[in-house]
Design a protein around this ligand. Structure first.
Ligand code: PMP
Length: 406
């Protein structure tokens, strides 16, 4: 069972510090629990040393902690081997790293990649940039009436030239959960690998990469109660042969002479230079925090109650909102909406005057905004420490803000 919300809130120094603030911008980044902050401080106080290179005990301890974190994270997403986990600086870095690898070793001219119109810019630009240079074409699946990727449309785009499908598990703008199970199953009947951008699902939904049989999966630590600057690329072992080092140097090798290098296997050959050791340790602590507090599914159950309540309150109390979800849409705790005839920035600015942090704008999904023919939305995104009382206060503040604007 999940601890009470009060207990959970007490574990977040930011929440305790800002008693009167309401933080509803969790899709952008989450707050960090005390044990994450302590894990980093403890590391620097007691262990701090560079990894993989020393014979002295501090270096050995640092290496052990770093690799133990890899094991914990592999278990968290049920990777079959820790070596399938490559540490990166975050989702954006992971997708860029994968794109560089695949464009160097895997794609050929006239190949095609399928994305969707609701992708975050981080899952469009790396494919767009290299795709143009290498004459690899992008295809985009549209969305259905429930604001999810339209699976039928996506299937209709698949042909013998399709070499990768790269889509998000959950839309960062709309919160809708995509039917990735069906998409992966379909892709594999044609031998097409699938990359899942799990940046917005990792903190809300249990993820089992073996059960999903997904080929690549990426996320950022900071969206799941861990520090910024750390993330990962899960890559199924079968594809490691395509993962050649781009950024090479210390830590990536087995043997070097002046003219030739024998590289280490994945993951080390992709983790060049001194990595973000404190970030890796902080990410492990964040996963420990989740496990100690009941696990991700328990977080989801609480957040789902909050989301349903928020949706009901928005629906019942306002006649002038456009809400970008439906009661049928499977969703994580994110709701995007607009107030008719008002700019989202104006609403967000007024809410800020009431101490409420929401995100406004295009949320790094301009193609989706263009598809929906809007400039932006107001996005409320909830986490495990949010409460019903906060939603009540938000509804009152939104009401006042709209009155002020009209
Ligand atoms: N993809 C999705 C779905 C996201 O929500 C985000 C962050 N908003 C990113 C990618 C990029 O993540 P980061 O900035 O941590 O690299």
């Amino acid at each position: 069972m999940i601890s009470t919300t009060h207990d959970i809130r007490q574990q977040f120094p930011f929440i305790v510090e800002h008693k009167n603030a309401i933080y509803f911008d969790n899709a952008a980044t989450t707050q960090k629990p005390q044990i994450v902050l302590e894990s980093i401080q403890n590391y620097y106080k007691r262990v701090n040393s560079n990894i993989h290179r020393g014979v002295h005990s501090f270096s050995i301890q640092a290496t052990e902690q770093y690799e133990e974190a890899r094991n914990t994270i592999a278990k968290f997403i049920n990777a079959s081997k820790p070596s399938e986990i490559v540490f990166t600086s975050g989702t954006t870095h992971s997708i860029n790293l994968l794109a560089e690898c695949l464009f160097n070793t895997y794609f050929h001219e006239n190949d095609e990649i399928i994305l969707s119109v609701l992708e975050h810019h981080s899952n469009i630009l790396p494919w767009q940039n290299r795709g143009k240079k290498n004459k690899v074409k992008l295809q985009f699946a549209t969305i259905n009436e429930n604001f999810q990727i339209d699976v039928q449309h996506l299937k209709s785009l698949v042909n013998e030239k399709t070499k990768l499908i790269a889509i998000s598990h959950v839309s960062n703008t709309l919160g809708s959960i995509n039917n990735i199970e069906e998409i992966i199953l379909f892709a594999h009947t044609y031998g097409i690998p699938v990359l899942i951008d799990a940046a917005q699902s990792i903190a809300h939904l249990p993820i089992d990469v073996q059960k999903l049989d997904v080929d690549f999966l990426v996320f950022s630590g900071h969206k799941i109660y861990a520090p910024t600057g750390i993330g990962l690329l899960y890559a199924k072992e079968k594809y490691h042969e395509y993962m050649v080092p781009l950024s090479s140097g210390g830590g990536t090798i087995i043997d070097v002479d002046l003219y030739n290098t024998q590289f280490a296997n994945v993951p080390l050959r992709l983790e060049a230079g001194t990595p973000n050791i404190e970030g890796v340790i902080g990410l492990k602590a964040a996963i420990d925090f989740i496990n100690k507090n009941g696990g991700i599914h328990q977080f989801y159950l609480w957040e789902e109650e909050l989301r349903k309540y928020l949706y009901q309150q928005l629906n019942e109390n306002f006649s002038d909102l456009i809400i970008y979800t439906t009661p049928q849409t499977p969703s994580v705790s994110v709701i995007s909406f607009n107030v008719k005839n008002e700019h989202p920035y104006d609403v967000g600015t007024l809410l800020n005057n009431y101490g409420i942090a929401v995100r406004t704008g295009h949320h790094c999904t301009q193609p989706l905004m263009k598809y929906l023919k809007i400039q932006g939305t107001i996005r409320v995104s909830l986490a495990v420490y949010n409460t019903f009382e906060e939603i009540d206060k938000f509804i009152i503040a939104l009401n006042k803000s709209i009155k002020m604007l009209s």
